[in-house]
Design a protein around this ligand. Structure first.
Ligand SMILES: Nc1ncnc2c1ncn2[C@@H]1O[C@H](COP(=O)(O)OP(=O)(O)OP(=O)(O)O)[C@@H](O)[C@H]1O
Length: 328
C-alpha cells in the first residue's frame, strides 16, 4: 500500500486551473517533495489531500483512505503543519500540545507520555512551560511539528516548513524532519520553493509549475537527466588536449573555448584521473580543472525556460511574515 496515491487530480477556481491533472504516488516511509515557484499549485494540492478542499475532478487516497469517501480516516492518518501558524500564543507549549491531544480524544495518561516524548524529540522539553509568545520562529515551527505528531499520524504534511526562517534555523529543522522520517518511519509530503530544501530532505521530488508536474524523480536522476556534470579545464595547450581526449567514450559533449575546454559528462569525478593521465602522457599542462554539478535550479530552467526566482519568493516570505505579525 502507498502512503499517498493521486490520480488525475484537478482543482479549478472559476475558469482558472490551479492544479492540472496531477498523478503521483508516495511510498510508505518516503519523503516526497513538491517543488515549485509561488502559485504553482502546491498548497492547493496539499489542501485537497488533507480533505480541506474538494477536488474539481480526479481521485486520491491517503494511507489507503479515499479523500472524498473516507475523510475521517484520512484526517486521523495525517499530521498537518501548514504555512500559517495556528498555535495559541497565550498558552505554554505543553498546554498547546495538551489541547491538541484532547481534540483527538487521546486519554490523559497517553497524552502526558506522548507530549513528553515529542517535546524531547524536538528539543523543547526544557521550555515546555514557557508561553509560546516568547518562542522564536524556529521554536514555534518545531512545536507545530511536534503537535502534528500527537495522534501518531502515518503521514505528515509540511507546507513550506522553513518559510521565513534564517539559514541556521532551517538547517536545524531539516535535521528534525530527517530524524522523524528515519526514527519513526513517517511518510512525509512537503512543499517548498527552496531548491536546497528539496535536495536535502526529499527521496523523490515532483517539480511542479502552473499546476502541472513537469518532472518527477530523485534529485540525482533529475540532474543526470539534463546532461550530467560539466568539467572545465584551463590549459595553455587546449588544442592538443582537446584532440587527445575528445574521443573518450563517456563524453556527452566537448567544447573548445578561448581559454578553456568544457566537457559534459555523467559522474565527472570518475573520469578526472583518466583525463589528467592522458594530459600527462602527452606532456600537456593543466592549469586548473573544476567540476560543476547541475542544481535543481538548472533542472527547473531546463524544463520551463525560467528560474524559480528566489527574490520573488523572498519578498513573498516577507509579506507572509508581516501578515502573520499583524494577526498577533
Ligand atoms: N481560493 C482561491 N481562489 C482563487 N484562486 C486561488 C485560490 N487558492 C489558490 N488560488 C490560485 O491558485 C494558484 C495556486 O495557488 P497555491 O497556493 O496552490 O500555489 P503554491 O504553489 O502553494 O504557491 P504559494 O507558495 O505562493 O502558496 C495561484 O495562482 C493562486 O492564486
Amino acid at each position: 500500500m502507498y502512503a499517498i496515491e493521486v490520480e488525475n487530480l484537478v482543482r479549478k477556481f472559476g475558469d482558472f486551473t490551479a492544479v492540472d491533472n496531477l498523478s503521483f504516488s508516495i511510498k510508505k516511509g518516503e519523503v516526497f517533495g513538491l517543488l515549485g515557484p509561488n502559485g504553482a499549485g502546491k498548497t492547493t494540492t496539499m489542501s485537497m489531500l488533507s480533505t480541506m478542499l474538494p477536488p474539481s475532478s480526479g481521485k486520491a487516497s491517503v494511507n489507503g483512505f479515499d479523500i472524498l469517501k473516507d475523510q475521517d480516516n484520512v484526517r486521523k492518518s495525517i499530521g498537518i503543519v501548514f504555512q500559517d501558524q495556528s498555535l495559541d500564543e497565550e498558552l505554554t507549549a505543553y498546554e498547546n500540545m495538551d489541547f491538541h491531544g484532547r481534540l483527538y480524544r487521546i486519554p490523559k495518561s497517553t497524552r502526558q507520555k506522548k507530549i513528553t516524548e515529542l517535546l524531547k524529540l524536538v528539543e523543547l522539553y526544557d521550555k515546555k512551560d514557557n508561553l509560546v509568545k516568547t518562542y522564536s520562529g524556529g521554536m514555534r515551527r518545531r512545536l507545530e511539528i511536534a503537535r502534528g505528531l500527537m495522534h501518531e499520524p502515518q503521514v505528515l504534511f509540511l507546507d513550506e516548513p522553513t518559510l521565513g526562517l534564517d539559514p541556521q534555523t532551517r538547517n536545524h529543522l531539516w535535521d528534525y524532519i530527517d530524524k522523524l522520517n528515519k526514527e519513526k518511519g513517517i511518510s512525509i509530503i512537503l512543499t517548498t520553493h527552496y531548491m536546497d530544501e528539496a535536495d536535502k530532505l526529499c527521496h523523490r521530488i515532483a517539480i511542479i509549475d502552473k499546476g502541472k508536474i513537469i518532472a518527477l524523480d530523485t534529485s540525482e536522476n533529475l540532474k543526470n537527466d539534463i546532461g550530467g556534470d560539466v568539467i572545465t579545464i584551463i590549459s595553455p595547450e587546449r588544442d592538443d588536449l582537446y584532440s587527445a581526449i575528445r574521443s573518450m567514450p563517456d563524453i556527452k559533449n566537448i567544447e573548445l573555448h578561448d581559454s578553456s575546454i568544457t566537457i559534459g559528462i555523467q559522474n565527472a569525478e570518475k573520469h578526472v584521473a583518466h583525463i589528467v593521465n592522458i594530459a600527462s602522457a602527452n606532456n600537456i599542462e593543466i592549469k586548473s580543472l573544476s567540476i560543476n554539478k547541475p542544481t535543481l535550479e538548472d533542472v527547473f530552467l531546463h524544463f520551463t525556460g525560467r528560474t524559480i526566482r528566489e527574490e520573488e519568493a523572498n519578498s513573498k516570505d516577507k509579506m507572509r511574515m508581516i501578515r502573520k505579525a499583524g494577526r498577533r
